[in-house]
Design a protein around this ligand. Structure first.
Ligand SMILES: *[C@@H]1O[C@H](CO)[C@@H](O)[C@H](O)[C@H]1NC(C)=O
Ligand SMILES: *[C@@H]1O[C@H](CO)[C@@H](O)[C@H](O)[C@H]1NC(C)=O
Ligand SMILES: *[C@@H]1O[C@H](CO)[C@@H](O)[C@H](O)[C@H]1NC(C)=O
Length: 604
């Protein structure tokens, strides 16, 4: 059982009505929580809608002072809030006020509450009031302590105006609470707001605090938490709401009008505006693509091939099947048979679903509360269907583009999900959820984008779970080309049945850095020879060997860019592409994708 207490109107005058415009005269005396917002909804209505939708609380109380009591009584009647649960603290003046901690204690004592409680300020507002309060409760229940909600201060918001928390990123325990710290006392930009959960056994701390703080100025919730965490060492955990908060504390007309403007702009602007992200295919330029072997590799994203995911805010949550890749209608049973034989069951729909699932799980475990807003996801890709499973990381491209959309939509930042961890996340979607065997390389390149050096050294991987990833200069790259088999059935079985040890050889990072292309070409050839010796020709398959042979015949260096089915080469006279085409291959010049420049099209 969990009891909710909404604290409102404990501060008296906001000096709100220094209204020189005269526009807001009719609002004089209206408490902040009941100021009209967008669409006739008041600040408090947003909270009431959030908490009232499901049976999450055993009881709900609202604490106010005698001065504003009438307003809240009226509001309660109009909104189906139990009027008898509006607690009146009896005070009518600023000088006579009790302080927020005393108000809270009054509600608990007078109503003999003996359950865990959640406390929120009904007169502040968060940018996204649609978040999932059940998720907050679950996180609280999973932790052996109290819970405070925090958000990351927006630029320009001063930490000296808020209760600042320092939170351990692994355990999510609040290690320090600083009420309105002076500049320089902390680098943390995480601000706690009046949104807490307290366990029943912690409630007696409220009256202990009050007995220590006879003076009303000091009976603030911020100072209570500072004392509870820093002095009493009560375990308190933090959950992040990836959204801004407004109208906190003593605000003026300015803040109110700004808030109104922001909300109407948001309502008009963002509703239905789609979020789209692309992730690009990669080619492995150096090293071994099967990076389960703790080796080093260099790979590059190419704009020739991409997967794009689009997220649109919507009434209900929908994952749209792709008309070609997730067929649900067929010409006939025979048609279904042929398509299934040829293409298998490699659609992207389940990737969208698995990514969403893992994303929710990740945020729940990390203490990041999510919006409840629904959305529609769809995807498209130009990655040639017949080659998905051979060399282009189609799966990881869809997963990584989906993840970008979800992060944007839910306001999850790089700090919440840093790049190296994001690559692991993408890999885990594939391996844990979909049982796809894969390595980290593709995911790292897709997250970082561009030309990336990766060292998956056993030591680093063992110690911190990810390798060293270094973006490299992409200027003046030579022209690379790519050829792949039109019919991939003879592309060999490199991935499936060879368990290979890592052979490092000469690693060409410095050749690339020095832009020594002849040396790079040599090293690519060496790389292929090494693979040939490890895997044997039979494993490489006749198709791969044929493409290598053709390339060499024309004086181009060449290697396999992935697990077979394609070859990547350097500096081929483009007139020679006919030969590849006659041999039944598809040939294209690689257009490197750099995260900082724009791309052009593949010629094929
Ligand atoms: C409020 O608390 C601070 C710090 O604990 C103390 O220095 C100050 O004297 C207190 N103020 C009053 C009026 O008791
Ligand atoms: C996302 O965060 C930014 C910065 O804190 C904020 O301005 C914006 O309103 C947030 N959006 C949502 C949907 O929460
Ligand atoms: C999300 O969709 C479900 C199913 O259509 C619906 O019941 C729910 O109210 C929607 N949530 C929001 C926040 O719109």
């Amino acid at each position: 059982v969990l009891c909710l207490i909404i604290v409102v109107g404990v501060a008296f005058s906001y000096n709100f009505w220094n209204d020189v415009t005269g526009l807001y005269g009719h609002l004089a005396g209206v408490p902040k929580a009941l100021l009209p917002g967008i669409g006739g909804r008041k600040v408090l209505d947003f909270w009431w809608e959030t908490v009232n939708t499901r049976q999450l609380f055993s009881e709900v109380y609202l604490v106010t002072n005698a001065d504003k009591y009438k307003h809240y009584e009226r509001w309660a009647t109009a909104n189906g809030f139990p009027v008898e649960n509006v607690v009146n603290d009896g005070t009518t003046t600023l000088e006579g006020r009790l302080g927020a901690v005393a108000d809270l204690e009054l509600a608990i004592r007078s109503r003999r509450l003996q359950d865990d409680i959640m406390v929120i300020a009904g007169d502040m507002l968060c940018a996204d009031q649609n978040f999932d309060i059940a998720q907050v409760i679950r996180f609280f229940r999973s932790k052996p302590g109290e819970l405070v909600i925090y958000y990351e201060l927006e630029e320009g918001e001063k930490s000296s105006s808020r209760g600042i928390v320092e939170v351990c990123p692994d355990t999510h325990r609040v290690t320090c609470f600083l009420e309105k710290p002076q500049q320089g006392r902390t680098t943390s930009r995480l601000a706690s707001v009046v949104f807490y959960c307290l366990r029943r056994e912690t409630l007696p701390y409220l009256s202990r605090f009050l007995s220590l703080q006879p003076c009303v100025q000091n009976r603030t919730l911020g100072l209570f938490w500072e004392w509870l965490i820093n002095e009493e060492k009560v375990p308190v955990f933090g959950m992040k709401l990836p959204t801004g908060f407004q109208l906190i504390g003593q605000v003026g007309l300015d803040d109110y009008t700004k808030w109104l403007a922001r909300y109407s702009a948001k309502q008009q602007g963002s509703a239905g505006k789609p979020i789209s992200y692309r992730s690009y295919a990669r080619v492995g330029l150096m090293g071994n693509p099967s990076d389960g072997f703790h080796g080093k590799t260099i790979a590059m994203t190419v704009s020739n091939f991409w997967a794009e995911v689009t997220l649109t805010e919507s009434q209900s949550l929908v994952l749209l099947p792709h008309p070609l890749n997730d067929p649900t209608e067929f010409g006939s049973l025979q048609d279904l048979y042929c398509i299934s034989c040829k293409e298998g069951y490699l659609g992207g729909l389940r990737l969208l679903q698995a990514t969403c699932k893992k994303f929710y799980q990740f945020c729940s475990e990390q203490g990041i509360a999510l919006s409840k807003q629904n959305f529609t996801l769809k995807y498209d890709t130009n990655i040639p269907r017949q080659v998905y499973k051979f060399f282009f990381p189609f799966f990881s491209a869809i997963v990584s583009a989906t993840l970008k959309c979800l992060m944007k939509f839910f306001n999850i930042t790089d700090r919440d999900l840093p790049k190296p961890i994001r690559a692991n996340f993408i890999l885990n979607v594939e391996t844990d959820e979909l049982f796809i065997t894969a390595g980290l390389q593709d995911r790292v390149v897709q997250v970082y984008e561009g030309l990336v050096y990766m060292d998956f050294s056993k030591e680093l991987m063992g110690k911190r779970g990810y390798g060293e990833y270094i973006p490299m200069d992409m200027r003046d790259l030579p022209t690379f080309w790519l050829a792949y088999l039109g019919d991939p059935s003879d592309s060999g079985r490199i991935h499936s049945n060879v368990r290979q040890r890592w052979l490092n050889g000469n690693f060409p990072r410095s050749a690339l850095e020095r832009k020594d292309w002849p040396r790079l070409a040599e090293l690519m050839d060496e790389n292929f020879e090494l693979r040939r010796s490890v895997y044997t020709e039979e494993c490489l398959g006749p198709g791969n060997l044929k493409m290598v042979q053709l390339a060499r015949q024309f004086g181009s260096s060449v290697k396999l860019p992935g697990s077979g089915g394609a070859v990547v080469g350097l500096c081929l006279d483009s007139e020679r592409l006919d030969a590849f085409q006659e041999a039944g291959c598809v040939f294209c010049v690689i257009v490197p994708f750099s995260p900082t420049t724009t791309s052009s099209q593949c010629r094929n």
